[in-house]
Ligand binder design. Structure first.
Ligand code: AHR
Length: 513
């Protein structure tokens, strides 16, 4: 009798275990006429005067005869960024922005004063990379410039002069000065940040005080530049500072503010960020826990915005995001220079899925930062340049630029130490092609998923995968192609359902046509 009971229990347990192991995670992808367009600006970038991002990275100087360049900007970087179709670029900071006086960076280079980069290593810069270099670069890249203006140590006049200098096409003191400096046509800059992290490095302000300051700056920004629309972005909250967003939404008239920002880095301990390559599983888990918090932060900031702005006039811009680890010690002037591994693929894939899924309100995001700083897409070492694993994520996700969001639903997601294992987003482009981006963050286990696309007219599935044997794998100057996307052939489409086993720590983008 006892033996029989034991056998029955064992069989039942076996069945449960067996069926759990076999049950795929169910994902449905559906069309919804009301769904938003995934703005290409979600795939924006950020370049600050910090470490080797601008000087010794992007910009090597007009006189450089060793590294081929256009107006001092490396041609290899320009080519790599063009392949990404980068939609916008934020500059000059970051914390640096609230110390930057733009007038010191225009006119003959030999007359420009120096500036001490007090936030980032105290280096003395010669102001040789200025407004003209940046805006001309954006033109070459066909990217919208996003100028981050100095509120912390600047003046209203300084900002409105910058607007006039870049945008006015008539006769005016600033437009005339621009012409004297060699640029006839205005650049027509649309995106303007009014201060950066004004709760911290931008002036240690309270939300209430900044809301008032913001109103003052924003009042004088439009109206100097003819027809150019000026899109004003309020310096936003960090992570879960909902009071900040609520105060701005409540205290600033919405006709003065086109967007509110948000900053959120995947850093698990500000005092001990851990290594960028040789991290262990515990650090990986904590980093992913932080990265996945983006979902909650974005959802809750949007909830507040919906309360005060139900018509959705004010956008949310996550204008700084990415993984942040300890800098690699051996790199000279390597302030915030870190390597980029499969962990960064997991961060980028999951965070971008979050942005896509919240495209109704998230209209821009800027990965921090573009070259040699934090979760960079490009690393340089003198004349050498490599594309990081994050570069490849941005390239694979390009298919979502300005495509219509297809809402997705995940049923019975599995867990990795309490975190949801699979992240997904999907969109349909103008040609009718469907793209589904899937991430499995589990460091060790493959996961089976079944994607129901039966309501979409799809006959053929193709795909690409980005992964590597170890989470710590990365591209180096000696082995620049270690982590690159490969064709993914292991998906099966049957009766409107795609079956896939997503390998551990990997990212897949499927295309259905
Ligand atoms: O991206 C690095 C720094 O992070 C930026 O300067 C600042 O805005 C943020 O704290």
């Amino acid at each position: 009798m006892k033996i029989l009971r034991y056998t029955t229990i064992t069989a039942a347990l076996f069945l449960i275990t067996f069926s759990n192991a076999q049950d795929p995670i169910k994902i449905s992808v559906q069309e919804d006429a009301e769904a938003p367009i995934v703005s290409k600006h979600i795939y924006g970038h950020f370049a600050e005067h910090l470490g080797r991002c601008i000087y010794e990275g992007l910009y090597v100087g007009e006189e450089n005869k060793i590294i081929p360049n256009t107006e001092g900007v490396r041609n290899d970087i320009i080519a790599a960024l063009k392949e990404l179709d980068i939609p916008n670029l934020r500059w000059p900071g970051g914390c640096f922005a609230d110390t930057y006086h733009w007038k010191d960076g225009v006119g003959p280079k030999e007359n420009r004063p120096t500036i001490v980069n007090r936030w980032w290593g105290g280096t003395t810069e010669d102001n040789s990379f200025g407004t003209h270099n940046f805006l001309n670069l954006c033109e070459v890249l066909e990217a919208e410039p996003y100028l981050s203006a100095n509120v912390g140590s600047g003046t209203v006049q300084e900002l409105i002069d910058w607007v006039q200098y870049t945008n006015h096409d008539g006769i005016s003191p600033m437009a005339d000065w621009r012409r004297e400096n060699g640029r006839e046509e205005p650049w027509k800059v649309k995106y303007w940040g009014v201060g950066n992290e004004t709760w911290g490095c931008g002036g240690n302000m309270t939300a209430e005080y900044y809301a008032d300051i913001y109103r003052q700056y924003a009042t004088f920004m439009p109206g100097w530049s003819g027809e150019t629309e000026v899109y004003r972005i309020a310096s936003g909250a960090s992570e879960d500072d909902y009071h900040w967003t609520e105060t701005l939404m409540k205290n600033v008239p919405h006709e003065l503010m086109e967007a509110v920002a948000l900053h959120d880095y995947a850093v698990f301990d500000w005092n001990d960020k851990g290594p960028s390559i040789n991290f262990d599983e515990e650090i990986y888990f904590k980093t992913m826990e932080q990265a996945l918090n983006m979902e909650e932060y974005v959802a809750k900031h949007i909830e507040i915005m919906d309360k005060y702005d139900p018509e959705g006039k004010v956008d949310l811009f996550v204008d700084e995001w990415g993984g942040w680890y300890d800098a690699e010690p051996e790199v000279a002037n390597g302030v915030l220079f870190q390597q980029n591994t499969i962990r960064d693929v997991m961060i980028a894939g999951t965070v971008l899925n979050t942005f896509n899924n919240h495209a109704r309100r998230v209209k821009m995001a800027n990965l921090a930062q573009m070259v040699n700083v934090l979760q960079a897409v490009i690393l340089t070492d003198e004349e050498k340049m490599i594309k990081t694993p994050t570069y490849h994520v941005m390239h694979m996700y390009k298919v979502h630029h300005d495509a219509k969001l297809l809402p997705t639903k995940v049923e019975d997601n599995m867990e990795y130490r309490g975190l949801p294992v699979v992240s997904v987003s999907a969109s349909k482009d103008e040609a009718g092609k469907v793209h589904i981006s899937l991430v499995n963050i589990d460091p060790e286990k493959n996961v089976e998923v079944e994607v129901d696309i039966s309501t979409l007219d799809i006959k053929k599935i193709e795909g690409n995968i980005l992964t590597s044997e170890k989470l710590q794998d990365h591209n180096s100057f000696d082995n620049p192609e270690k982590v690159t996307p490969k064709e993914f052939k292991d998906s099966k489409l049957k009766k409107g359902k795609i079956s896939i086993a997503i390998p551990a720590h990997s990212l897949i983008v499927l295309q259905g046509s």
